[in-house]
Design a binder for this molecule. Structure first.
Ligand SMILES: [Zn+2]
Length: 328
């Protein structure tokens, strides 16, 4: 299914279902001009996504010889089908930091670091084994690393007469990029700003302050005048400052909740704390959480615990083979 979401330049949204995934669907935006097109993100490397993507491309009558692809960040629902475009000779643009991170992930490095980190924070071995089998981000990731034109903060991509600016917005991933079209004040916000759901903020190997990075990246976008924002999942919006306020309030509330949980149960591991937090998971209790949801919840809890530690609001100490948290 395709929808025209903007007139000049013409922007289309190819709706890609993500089966059995809480995100539900991905918006693949295509900015079209007579000279060139830019397609943003791809969907998972699975046949349902591949079918919907190519149906949309055919319906648009997109000339692939004039089409480039931009990948907002490394997650598999965004990069999974990059190889298909490489095979067609389409140039791929991607932020340098996420490209290098993904390159390492494909070689096993960063993923196993994170598993060890989760173990040392009390994550259940049994849940880890289950989530390794189920995690869609692993199962449907891009088959092999692909060549890309690497972009940095401020890189400008020309599309016909239009200039599109890449803005580095670390937080959801270390190298997340949004695209901004100043002449029309259009923002393609990737997973940095979503309007119906809250982007997952986790910990990353070699990234000490992912939540702080995310909150700063929100302020960076607040400084841009935006007429329309096109997020990668669910609905778009126009009141970006208001959404930024809500996202910041969400993380403030969560920081307070985790701070209270640490004070109420001193000596708990991050995993134990994650089990006491309120998660919006369609009314499921922690025990019923699917393993991959526990993995995301653990990442989110850790990102907030790191923030609390760095701001002198919690202390982390070794408790046998794992770490435990205490109030101050
Ligand atoms: Zn993502």
């Amino acid at each position: 299914m395709i929808t025209k979401v903007w007139d000049d330049p013409a922007v289309f949204d190819i709706h890609i279902d993500l089966p059995n995934n809480p995100l539900r669907s991905l918006n693949v935006y295509v900015i079209t001009t007579p000279e060139q097109n830019l397609l943003i993100d791809t969907g998972f490397n699975r046949h349902e996504c591949r079918g919907a993507l190519w149906a949309g491309i055919r319906e648009l009558g997109l000339d692939l010889k004039k089409t480039s692809v931009f990948l907002t960040h490394l997650h598999a629902d965004h990069t999974g089908l990059a190889g298909e475009f490489v095979a067609q000779g389409c140039p791929i643009y991607m932020g340098r930091i996420d490209y290098e991170y993904l390159d390492k992930m494909k070689n096993g490095g960063n993923v196993s670091n994170l598993e060890e980190l989760f173990r040392s924070e009390g994550f259940s071995e049994e849940v880890l084994a289950l989530q390794n089998r189920e995690n869609q981000g692993r199962r449907y990731s891009v088959k092999q690393m692909f060549p890309a034109r690497l972009v940095d903060d401020g890189t400008v991509i020309s599309l016909g007469n239009w200039k599109i600016r890449c803005v580095h917005t670390p937080g959801h991933t270390p190298g997340h990029m949004v695209l901004y079209l100043p002449e029309r004040q259009l923002l393609f916000s990737g997973d940095h700003i979503l309007f119906d759901i809250t982007p997952n903020i986790s910990v990353w190997a070699g990234v000490p302050r992912s939540l702080e990075d995310y909150l700063s990246s929100l302020e960076k976008i607040r400084a841009l005048p935006v007429q329309a924002a096109f997020p990668a999942h669910r609905h778009g919006g126009s009141d970006v400052p208001r959404r930024i306020d809500a996202l910041q309030a969400h993380h403030r509330d969560r920081l307070e909740e985790i701070c209270r949980a640490v004070a109420a149960r001193p000596g708990s591991t991050a995993y134990e704390i994650a089990g006491t937090i309120t998660w919006s998971a369609r009314g499921l209790g922690w025990a019923q959480f699917p393993p991959h949801q526990k993995w995301f919840a653990m990442g989110e809890t850790l990102a907030h615990l790191r923030y609390l530690e760095q701001h002198g609001q919690a202390v982390r100490k070794a408790r046998g083979a794992v770490f435990a948290y205490y109030g101050v």
